[in-house]
Design a protein around this ligand. Sequence first.
Ligand code: FES
Ligand SMILES: [Fe+2]
Length: 418
Amino acid sequence: MLDLARIRALLQSRVAGHTLPQEFYTDPDIFEFDLEAIHSRCWILAGLECELPSAGSYLAITIGRSPIVIVRDNDGTLRAFHNTCRHRGAQICEQGHGRKTRLVCPYHQWTYRLDGSLQAAARMQPSFDPSGLGLRPVPLENVAGSLYVCLADDPPRFDEFRDRLTPLLAPHHLADAKLAHESTLVERANWKLVMENARECYHCAARHPGLSVPFPVWRGSRLADSAIVERFEARMEAVGLSIGPVQGDWWQASRFPLNDGFMSLTPDGKPCVSKPMCQVAGGDVGSLRWALEPHSFCHALGEYVVMFSAMPTAPQETIVTCKWFVHKDAVEGVDYTLDGLTRLWNETNLQDRDLAENNQRGVNGRGYRPGPYSEEAEHLVIRLVDWYCAQAGRYLDDSAGRASKARPVSERKARLAS
Ligand code: FES
Ligand SMILES: [Fe+2]
């Protein structure tokens, strides 16, 4: 049982504008708390619709300790379910992608239709009723071809995110893409260190020499009033592309220009796929970045999309998944090479893994004390950490409310009187 009073006290000891107290990056109880209060209550970007190209396609991911599967039914409908068998709870679909006509549990072969209903369960007694034993549904949302799931019974409001992101994302035709490559890194660092690193480019000029060629590392993702930005805004307006920025409590999106003379986030700044996903302006559309707290960011370039997702697996372990998407008709070896497509982000992700692991080593030390963020260079980290603390505080308040209601009336009256 988590000691929520202790977590509340730690949260209250946090100094605004500073990194968190050590326990938030190291403590097994706070890791458990995070899974419950953060990752189980937020919208999580699962992937793109194009990862489920035909009837029976599925995409299985794990959020915290909960395996989830998204399935495309025969009529094209996408649904998400808990990937947990209603018999004795085995995981049904293996993590990753696949295609099946039925979802068959590998343990005792209970068989589910693509709509999640239970079709067959051998050797059960005559009184057995399969009707209430379909896979348990999970809320699923689709925004212009990007898929979001949420483990909460009452997910955060989604409509504003959908309304604001759709016009930005639609010109990139995500539904007509295909997954070209996926990489997985197991990082020995708490998820917050991984994500704090992912939310700033303070370190980029020194630690990402490759990314710094096309990426405007000095500005990070904050749009400055430079001549480059003004020219970009005018050019995007002329071709009818909106640039934002738009944001809500747990999300943000904006289209920003790359360094002058660079068209894509590739080692030489040239497009790495000959078939663009975005046809506007010949694909010279800067980068559309959208990001969700607590775990992801994406960049949609003219010719590819890269998705970054960090999932906590232990107090000091995080799995980082990176996916690259290209136009579905682009042929590897003809229209692009895997090396040309993936080199920049592979290199960047490995550099970031080393930074996060090094950060963890220092934070684990007895000498660690919360330090101040740069308001200019780390504003998105401040935003992430403020959001985390607010989310954690809401969870604690909700828990206190539930506990209070659960107490006997006599005890509640006595407390009120005291
Ligand atoms: S646990 Fe799935 S069939 Fe038994
Ligand atoms: Fe980085």
